[in-house]
Design a protein around this ligand. Structure first.
Ligand code: PEP
Ligand code: MN
Length: 341
């Protein structure tokens, strides 16, 4: 439920509305934006309470109208928050005019490998360096990442080339450690519904990239974002990375590009696309990246490796530096034609 106050409503009238909501045992939020105050009820409202609460709100001085929120998520919805959210990653703004490309290797393997990738990303115009230290691998026999050593390398190399960094946090007990080393915490597709982890990152103010689970609906994904927002962290960036594929013979996942305009309509959160995990093949990464920008995505998360053939993780879907650089030229042209930087 949203209570819209009349323009010029007195602070006491606003305070009264908030108090009455809290007296009914619910959480009231003073929502930003516009020339008048809007108050949201950030709790699920029992069916027998909805009508009397609506009546009560309408009877209070200063209240203009009451609207019911049609979505199960609230803080993530456009209804609650009309203006686009812009997430500030050490001066790189995600969700604004500029399209932000985050790129780098799937996994940090060595200082040399990461530095070569980072230089390629920086010189091609990438804005954030990616590199996995804790890797969620399907097989326990696959390379699991360098762990804390990988985090250190990511921090050092990011500082050396002058790029903020993103890396995945797998476990709620490692949030602090990862935060000390990276500027964005990535919640991987497999962890989209790891609720203790969502709550833990929600209790920080660090930017979060929340990947869509391979079988998650849009509503489930936004409810996961809601877990983070509800803890007080507004800095959530959504990332579509493909859903369970119809035909694995050709692609690893199926990129749901319609998620971009849908998210833009129903939510205020920025959305980026990961064409690397979506397709699983470097051959299709450029086409899907161009399509993502054309569809209105706020950014991309792309795997780039100086030597994909010898990569310890996801080599087949990683771009070589030259291919990445050519793609970035294309993306700039598309962005420019859409009046985005
Ligand atoms: C990744 O980006 O490193 C990754 C593991 O991706 P996802 O969670 O989308 O599979
Ligand atoms: Mn990968």
């Amino acid at each position: 439920m949203i209570i819209a106050m009349k323009a010029g409503a007195a602070p006491e009238e606003i305070g009264d509305v908030i108090r009455k909501i809290e007296e009914a045992g619910m959480r009231a939020l003073n929502l930003p934006g516009g020339d008048r105050t809007v108050i949201g009820v950030a709790s699920s409202i029992p069916a027998d309470v909805r009508e009397p609460l609506t009546e009560l709100m309408l009877s209070l001085p200063g209240v203009d109208h009451v609207a019911q929120v049609s979505r199960t998520y609230k803080l993530a919805s456009r209804e609650f928050h009309a203006a686009d959210t812009i997430v500030d990653v050490r001066g790189v703004l995600v969700g604004g005019r500029e399209i932000v490309t985050m790129a780098g290797p799937c996994a940090v393997e060595s200082r040399e490998q990461l530095l070569a990738a980072a230089k390629a990303v920086k010189s091609a115009g990438g804005k954030v360096l990616r590199g996995g230290a804790f890797k969620p691998r399907s097989s326990p026999y696959s390379f699991q990442g360098l762990g804390a050593d990988g985090l250190k390398l990511l921090k050092e190399v990011g500082a050396e080339v002058g790029l903020p960094t993103i890396t995945e946090v797998l476990d709620q007990h490692e949030v602090e450690l990862v935060m000390e080393h990276a500027d964005i915490l990535q919640i991987g597709a497999r962890n989209m519904q790891n609720f203790p982890l969502l709550i833990a990152v929600g209790q920080t103010m660090h930017p979060i990239v929340l990947k869509r689970g391979p079988s998650a609906t849009i509503d489930e994904w936004l409810l996961s974002a809601e877990y983070i927002l509800n803890q007080g962290n507004p800095n959530v960036i959504l990332c579509e990375r493909g859903v369970h594929p119809l035909d694995r013979a050709y692609t690893r996942n199926t990129l749901d590009l319609s998620a971009v305009p849908i998210i833009k309509e129903v939510s205020h959160l920025p959305i980026i696309i990961d064409p690397s995990h979506a397709t699983g093949s470097w051959r299709y990464v450029a086409a899907m990246s161009r399509a993502a920008v054309a569809a209105g995505a706020d950014g991309l998360l792309i795997e780039v490796h100086p030597d994909p053939k010898n990569a310890l993780c996801d080599g087949p879907q990683s771009l070589r530096p030259e291919t990445f650089s050519a793609l970035m030229d294309d993306l700039r042209r598309i962005a420019h034609s859409l009046s985005r930087g």
